[in-house]
Design a protein. Sequence first.
Length: 115
Amino acid sequence: MRTLIQAFVVAVALGCGVAGCAVTKGQETTGQYVDDATITSRVKTRFAKDPTVSAMRIHVDTMKGVVQLTGSAKSDAEREQAAQLASAVPGVTQVQNDIKVESATSESNSNNNRQ
């Protein structure tokens, strides 16, 4: 009986350990999570290399191959370039472009507030 209880405890411990390795971000598998992290890294690298896109103001999140872009851009051209760069990354199935374009008045107001 004691051996049976020990075996049960070991089985439960192993089961919990394996379950602890599962990724719970949106019910992704570990492989999908790694793929998404790779896609995010590649998109950010392309932003950093492109002189027209700010890698600091635009945020990238990837879930099951769908890239979501958020943050701000100085122009519509920067916003569109960011989406094009993201969509060209291998593994990207869709790009959700939620980047807001900063208006000239909000930028001048923030500069006036700094003075």
